[in-house]
Design a protein around this ligand. Structure first.
Ligand SMILES: [Mg+2]
Length: 273
């Protein structure tokens, strides 16, 4: 019996071949692992479910994500799909890309075979124009960087963002996220950005290519994880361990399953076998 008193069985659960697990609010809250999450991943893999971790957090490298997951007791080697990978899927080999982001964006631009250009390089007198600006979260963003990125856009560069989350949760409350940085560049650049991360198509393509056409997105945020499930054509498994609470129910899109946390959701999935 689900701990939350029955929200869990809105439709008959079916064990999916793949699950795309969100991180913040599902595996951990800020820096604190959520109890039972690591064991839940082990239990899913034990019955053959392909587990990937899909995050809009664009700052860390893939190794950085893997290390934080390992510290939470989860083996995620080769199983992290981050929003910079969605952005990189839009790049062409050899194109000049202004990295308006952190290590994760730099890594993904390199993996795509594109030429990473720093703010200083883009701003140098006589510099060749950049063809794309990729915006990801970086705490050292400032007015000069907004000027350089928006000038590139005004000169014709595409504006691609890893994600447009306005804020993200910390121990000190909600703080400005990449969507807030992006808003400055897009406003000054005078264009609408292409968004790569959840719930948008570029990262959906990356997940579909890796996992196939059927699966479940497990997340805590309806407007990213729920709509991401819709974009993939997958089921949505909602956990109430993050930003969505029982008081918010019912939600749209309608989850196939709702549970207090990842452990409870996996309990329901394993009953479905
Ligand atoms: Mg989340």
């Amino acid at each position: 019996m689900p701990k939350n008193g029955g929200w869990g069985c809105l439709t008959r659960p079916v064990l999916p071949p793949a699950v795309a697990v969100d991180l913040d609010g599902v595996v951990w809250r800020a820096a604190t692992p959520i109890p039972g999450a690591a064991d839940a991943i082990v239990r899913l893999r034990a019955v053959g479910v392909d587990v990937v971790f899909v995050t809009n957090n664009a700052y860390p490298t893939l190794a950085g994500h893997e290390a934080k997951l390992a510290a939470a007791g989860i083996d995620a080697a080769g199983a992290v799909i981050s929003s910079p990978m969605g952005a990189a899927a839009l790049l062409r080999p050899g194109e000049r890309v202004l990295v308006a982001g952190g290590a994760g964006v730099l890594e993904a631009v390199g993996a795509a075979g594109a030429e990473a250009v720093t703010y200083d390089e883009a701003d140098a007198p006589g510099a060749a124009p950049v063809e794309t600006v990729v915006v990801g979260f970086h705490q050292d963003f400032d007015y000069a960087k907004m000027r350089i990125a928006s000038t590139a856009v005004r000169r014709g560069a595409r504006l691609v963002a890893t994600n447009d989350d306005a804020t993200y949760p910390t121990e000190r409350g909600e703080v400005p996220g990449n969507g807030s940085i992006l808003a400055g560049i897009a406003t000054a650049g005078g264009v609408a950005p292409i968004i790569a991360g959840k719930p948008h198509e570029p990262i959906a393509t990356v997940v579909r290519d890796r996992c196939g056409p059927t699966g479940m997105v497990i997340g805590d945020r309806v407007e990213t994880d729920g709509l991401f499930a819709v974009a993939l054509g997958w089921d949505f498994g909602l956990v109430l361990s993050g930003v969505t609470t029982a008081a918010d129910l019912p939600v749209v899109p309608t989850p196939a399953l709702v549970a207090d946390d990842l452990a409870g959701l996996v309990d329901q999935l394993l009953v479905a076998r």
